[in-house]
Write a protein that binds this ligand. Structure first.
Ligand code: SF4
Ligand code: SF4
Length: 400
């Protein structure tokens, strides 16, 4: 009895992946998108936590975390990403599966028509899904229905759909074969313990030379010739060989996944794995710490260089300044600007420095005067504090 174990496992993994990619843009947590780089709000949502675009260091940290984690997976799992998880493989497998289902049941022209229709539908769904990572699905759908309302979005949708369609019909696996740099890159990352798919040299004499492993290979290679950069570790050849050997009651198949290169090698983390594991952990902790402790208020001060300080009738000097206050929270906030307690009476602020209302995810600029006693050219350090009610939201030190 043939047992396509790897293929069915791979299809289950791919089904979960497709379902996750399609459903995640619709998922929300605490009223926020679960994961989205929302262009209109200039906000990255990570597990529902909003990170505003001016908190770029957190976006950078999140990107670094994903990249290093991906490298770690590459060192451990090798090219399993290519054959099991890469969108190029997943969607090619899906289009192939749809084509196979109909090929035997309908005439060739109808089958070709179905092939085009399925490639077009899959591409349109991919395109819609991609846009939903940057805008809410409801906004994308509304803009596509009323296409004149957002021509840029419509153009993006059509362009991605067209590329997807041509990719599924014409480029297919040749992208992995000839253009994708990941295979070359992965070769440099291989560790002594990396998962690998190989022909079991120790069983070579049992090979029947039936070529079943070659016929099923989507990359058109012969794995019996040893490691080849084109192999995407999809495991189809494992199933093909197991099927042949099982039918002939001739023992296990001759191709399998194994960690390392020698028979029976178990997973043993090498130096690259350990190093990348530690970096991933440090970045993950840093990201969680940054998200938990992020400030909801942005506060910056600028001296208005074009305006000269004014000397007031009481001998005090008044210097014009500009404050930029950003509210990163999700509700309006009323701020007030004050000087640090010991400086009250010596330094005062003149202008619209109280009841400064800032809308959520907006910034506001105010100009005001810092009135202080000028002491014979000696610079004075002043701490300006921004309060949200009675809570100190931010403070900045300036020199007058
Ligand atoms: S050699 Fe096997 S694992 Fe590699 S691409 Fe071909 S069928 Fe997939
Ligand atoms: S399927 Fe197995 S037995 Fe047949 S040629 Fe390939 S490795 Fe040999």
């Amino acid at each position: 009895m043939t047992s396509p174990r790897i293929t069915s496992k791979r299809r289950r993994v791919q089904a979960v992946l497709i379902a996750s990619a399609l459903l995640l843009p619709f998922l929300s947590i605490g009223g926020n998108p679960f994961l989205r780089m929302d262009i209109s709000m200039r906000t990255l949502f990570m597990a529902g936590v909003p990170v505003r675009v001016d908190q770029f260091y957190l976006v950078l940290l999140a990107t670094l975390f994903v990249v290093v984690f991906f490298l770690l997976l590459t060192v451990i799992l090798g090219r399993v990403w290519c054959g099991w998880l890469c969108p190029q493989t997943v969607f090619n497998d899906l289009a192939e599966l749809i084509g196979e289902r109909f090929r035997k049941r309908v005439s060739p022209p109808v089958s070709r028509l179905i092939e085009h229709a399925s490639a077009l539908s899959v591409s349109a769904v991919i395109s819609f899904n991609m846009l939903c990572w940057f805008m809410s699905p409801a906004s994308v759908a509304a803009a596509l229905v009323d296409f004149s309302s957002n021509p840029l979005l419509m153009a993006s949708f059509l362009t991605v759909s067209l590329f997807g369609y041509l990719n599924l019909l014409l480029v297919k696996r040749s992208f992995c074969h000839s253009y994708c740099p990941y295979g070359r890159f992965q070769a440099a990352l291989t560790d002594e313990g990396t998962l690998n798919l190989a022909f079991l040299e120790e069983s070579r004499e049992r090979c029947l030379r039936c070529n079943a492993c070659v016929r099923c290979c989507p990359m058109e290679i012969d794995i019996r010739e040893g490691f080849q950069i084109e192999c995407i570790n999809c495991g189809r050849c494992i199933d093909a060989c197991r099927g042949v050997m099982e039918r002939r009651l001739d023992g296990p198949g001759l191709i399998d996944y194994r960690f390392g290169t020698r028979k029976g090698t178990r997973f043993k983390p090498g130096s690259k794995t350990v190093l990348l594991g530690v970096v991933t952990l440090v970045l993950g902790v840093g990201l969680a710490w940054g998200l938990a402790g992020r400030n909801q208020t942005a506060f910056a001060l600028q001296r208005i260089a074009t305006a000269e300080p004014q000397t007031m009738p009481d001998g005090f000097q008044a210097q014009p300044w500009r404050a930029i206050i950003g509210n990163r929270s999700e509700s309006p906030v009323t701020y007030s600007l004050r000087t640090e307690a010991p400086q009250v009476g010596v330094i005062s602020l003149l202008g619209p420095v109280s009841n400064i209302m800032v809308a959520p995810n907006e910034s506001r600029e105010i100009t005001f005067l810092i009135r202080h006693k000028h002491i014979g050219g000696t610079p004075r350090t002043v701490v300006l504090q921004l309060f949200e009610g009675d809570r100190l939201a931010a403070s900045v030190k300036v020199r007058l």
